[in-house]
Design a protein around this ligand. Structure first.
Ligand SMILES: [Zn+2]
Length: 269
């Protein structure tokens, strides 16, 4: 029972804080409709400047959408844009003070400063697209995919090598034991009051998604989630068979022992 109630409480808290946030958004914000997306901007921001900045970013976002979320071609995301990092932080006091941007599940919108770096945009947009594709995806897949795509170079061909996020590489090299799996149970949630545990679970999730991608498995996972949004991401590689799950786990542990950090995905055409 404890197992069931804990995630529920966390979700309720998030919904409650986001709802308070919604009320404040009703005043002092304008909404623009662009070809790519809906954009909400703080009153007083120059709409032309915002549009130019988003048009400039969009080809990069579109590559992520086309490669990883191809079924969402007609989906128009909602983006809440702040003039700078300081005003984002003032409006996001309910979040950890080092937050750069976030995805707001209750409104299905990303909140980001217009001058945020490209990796920040890629990270939040991948949360948004995945939530649209499969709102039931577990923590390890949501955050792991976002960390993988945060570091994803959209200028390269889809079959080219991609690098693992540098801070994850450090973990794999210095502390691979912290990332090993004793059973095929990947993290389903994190407790932000436990920063160390959160970091470890996040790195494990990100390294595991990178591992799946290098094997060419991520394509099957994304296709499976599109066809069956409530399914477990790993089902589409293992079909829930014990033997296949164990094999995957062993191969992951072998990967940690002989890691690669900058490779092309296997079987890619
Ligand atoms: Zn994230």
């Amino acid at each position: 029972m404890r197992y069931l109630t804990q995630p529920a409480i966390i979700l309720l808290l998030l919904t409650a804080s986001c709802r308070g946030y919604d009320l404040r958004l009703l005043q002092g914000w304008d909404r623009l409709e662009m070809e790519c997306c809906y954009v909400q901007i703080q009153e007083g921001m120059d709409p032309a400047r915002v549009q130019t900045a988003i048009q400039w970013k969009w080809p990069m976002i579109q590559v992520l959408q086309q490669r990883f979320f191809p079924s969402l071609a007609d989906f128009k995301p909602l983006i809440v844009v702040y003039p700078d990092q300081a005003s984002y932080q003032r409006s996001s006091e309910h979040l950890p003070s080092n937050a750069l941007a976030h995805y707001d599940r209750s409104r299905k919108a990303i909140h980001v400063s217009i001058d945020a770096a490209d990796p920040v945009w890629r990270h939040e947009m991948s949360h948004l697209y995945l939530d649209e594709l499969s709102s039931k995806a577990p923590f390890w897949f949501q955050e792991g995919l976002a960390r993988f795509l945060q570091n994803y170079n959209t200028q390269k061909n889809s079959c080219s090598e991609q690098a693992m996020l540098p801070e994850f590489r450090v973990w794999v090299e210095k502390n691979p034991d912290a990332l090993a799996l004793e059973s095929m149970e990947l993290p389903t949630s994190v407790d932000f009051l436990d920063p160390e545990g959160t970091a470890q679970k996040t790195v494990l999730s990100g390294v595991f998604v990178y591992f799946l991608w290098t094997r060419g498995d991520l394509t099957d996972v994304m296709r499976g989630l599109r066809d069956n949004p409530k399914s477990d991401p790993l089902f589409h590689i293992t079909y829930g068979e014990r033997g296949a799950m164990n094999k995957l786990r062993h191969e992951y542990i072998e990967y940690l022992e002989n890691p690669v950090f900058n490779v092309a995905p296997a079987g890619c055409q």
